[in-house]
Write a protein that binds this ligand. Structure first.
Ligand code: NAD
Length: 253
């Protein structure tokens, strides 16, 4: 039956940036759909663990700093040691550093590209190798952005990295679909999280943004739940290399 295709019972999901915001919401969604969840974060995921467990799920906290590729193998190993396998990777962790392009510093460029782009690729590679070893396919869901499609203002490294995510998602889908690995992405619109705190506290920018969103509101972590469960499930078996916008209609304007 169709709803059974969305059921993630027996699956193991890894979500990066699990302690807050969209990542926390996606952990809860995957747990509600039946998956065991490993949450990766630099600091405690206690709040997320509580929410997952309140939803009847099992949670593993993996402390890791994704400002280098160093913890990539350990994230996979800790997950497999605890839960025996891995089936779903959600590359959600990301940073944004705002500065006029003319003044943008090399070290800020490197930080953003490292976490948002390089580490994402190597996590995809590590998990795809594991999926191939397990022989049953797997899912990868990357988190893109409106700035995978648009230029943005004062965020050149972020735009470059999120545009790369859209392309990388296609490239990996092409190579790995034959292994039954689905690589897709979600492009959130303007969501009320830490990532947009600075933007939302700027009255003028905030007003301009809200005015342009057909749904007339900022998105929430709950808005991500349907898309992440879909792309992580058997219902998305023939969806490859696509980036789904969850944006209240922003891109439709
Ligand atoms: P957030 O700042 O609340 O969450 C970012 C997460 O990434 C946090 O959990 C943070 O701890 C984690 N993270 C950052 N650097 C890390 C590092 N070095 N090591 C480990 N974890 C690290 O913001 P959010 O809105 O929940 O962002 C989640 C994702 O969604 C990001 O990739 C962001 O770019 C993307 N996104 C957000 C919006 C939005 O409007 N909020 C829009 C489009 C895309």
């Amino acid at each position: 039956m169709i709803l059974d295709m969305f059921n993630l019972k027996g699956k193991v999901a890894v979500v990066t940036g699990a302690n807050t915001g969209l990542g926390q919401g996606m952990c809860v969604a995957l747990a509600q759909a039946g998956a065991k969840v490993a949450g990766v974060a630099r600091r405690s995921c206690a709040e997320t663990a509580k929410l997952v467990e309140a939803n009847g799920g099992e949670f593993l906290e993996v402390i890791a700093d994704l400002s280098s590729v160093e913890p990539v193998e350990r994230i996979l190993n800790e997950t497999v040691d605890k839960f025996g396998r891995a089936d779903i990777l959600v590359n959600n962790a990301g940073i944004i550093i705002r500065e006029d392009a003319i003044d943008y510093r090399e070290e800020d460029w490197d930080k953003v590209i490292m976490t948002n782009q390089k580490v994402v690729f190597f996590l995809c590679q590590a998990f795809a190798r594991q999926y191939i070893k397990q022989g049953e396919g797997g899912k990868i869901v990357n988190v893109a952005s409106m700035l995978s499609y648009q230029g943005g203002i004062r965020v050149p490294a972020y735009t470059a990295s999120k545009s790369a995510i859209l392309g990388l998602t296609r490239a990996l889908a092409n190579e790995w679909a034959k292994y039954n690995i689905n690589v897709n992405a979600i492009a959130p619109g303007y969501m009320a999280t830490n990532n947009t705190q600075q933007l939302r506290s700027d009255e003028q920018r905030s007003g301009e943004i809200l005015e342009r969103i057909p749904a007339s509101r900022w998105g929430t972590p709950e808005d991500m739940m349907g898309a992440v469960v879909f792309l992580s499930s058997a219902a998305a078996e023939y969806v490859n290399g696509f980036t789904i916008a969850v944006d209240g209609g922003w891109l439709a304007r």
